[in-house]
Design a protein around this ligand. Structure first.
Ligand code: V0D
Length: 253
């Protein structure tokens, strides 16, 4: 099946205007940047941007479900984000509860499974509780994996993996020669999901910012100036069409 994308106005190839259900990325990772900037532009407090960004999450999850994408990993809070003003951090930590109290029934209806990556032990207890309940309730769902990266940092994740592998060697559980790429992948938070096929970053920054360094080794990168609260179904489809066209170009004749 093919969807027409009327907003892509270029005249290059018929294919450039089509989003097909073939060659969709299985796993899409997104750096949801630009929430604070969106708010500032409107003279609103930064937290208003985060709340608006939460609405975008719902839109993108619905679209990912519709397109039968297997996994969506969203960078919701980095290990660096603790440096923000305390009231802002406190409000952000209430978002999982706010999100789930209104949206968990729809996640259940849509067969979505909630997971997290990152050092969630360090989150406030109320935040951990909300996330824990969502993960438990959705544990047997078999559709989209909705994976929130919270208090996540990629280098720290790799350091932990190295320590664990070194411990396993010391205890004679594995031999040095058993350490290969699969072994390292299996020691990362993402061990149960495939590597991202597509990485999206909104808001004009063109950096990886310590997000899934190992896992993004072969991903296609899509950067857009659109701020996360302004990102929507159409912008998401546009990024997927760009991904498909890149695959077509170098996969083809
Ligand atoms: C703020 C824009 C949903 C980016 C989106 C705690 C930054 C809104 C969640 C969420 C955040 C997390 C887990 C869960 C359900 C929902 C979320 C955080 C920030 C960090 F099970 N939005 N959201 N979590 N923002």
């Amino acid at each position: 099946m093919a969807f027409r994308l009327p907003f892509l106005k270029n005249n290059r190839q018929v294919n450039d205007r089509l989003l097909t259900t073939e060659n969709l990325p299985k796993h899409v990772a997104i750096i949801m940047d630009g929430n604070g900037r969106w708010a500032k532009k409107r003279g609103l407090p930064r937290v208003a941007g985060h709340k608006e960004g939460m609405k975008t999450v719902k839109k993108i999850v619905r679209k990912a479900v519709e397109l039968q994408i297997e996994a969506l990993t969203l960078y919701a809070f980095s290990t660096e984000n603790w440096k923000r003003p305390k009231p802002e951090v406190e409000t952000i930590m209430k978002l999982p509860n706010e999100f789930l109290s209104t949206y968990l029934p729809e996640l259940m209806e849509n067969n979505v499974r909630v997971q997290t990556i990152g050092y969630t032990e360090a989150l406030p207890q109320h935040t951990r509780n909300a996330i824990h309940i969502a993960m438990e309730k959705t544990a047997n769902n078999t559709g989209l994996i909705l994976n929130f990266a919270i208090n996540y940092g990629s280098r720290a994740e790799i350091v932990e993996a190295v320590k664990q592998i070194a411990t396993d060697v010391k205890q004679n559980k594995i031999m040095i020669d058993d350490i290969d790429e699969d072994c390292i992948s299996e020691h990362l938070f993402t061990r149960k999901i495939s590597d991202p096929d597509l990485l999206i970053r909104t808001s004009g920054e063109v950096r990886l910012s310590n997000f899934l360094l190992w896992q993004n080794a072969y991903s296609e990168f899509y950067f857009t100036d659109v701020l996360w609260p302004d990102f929507n179904e159409e912008e998401f489809e546009k990024s997927l069409a760009v991904y498909q066209n890149r695959k077509r170009r170098y996969g083809g004749i």
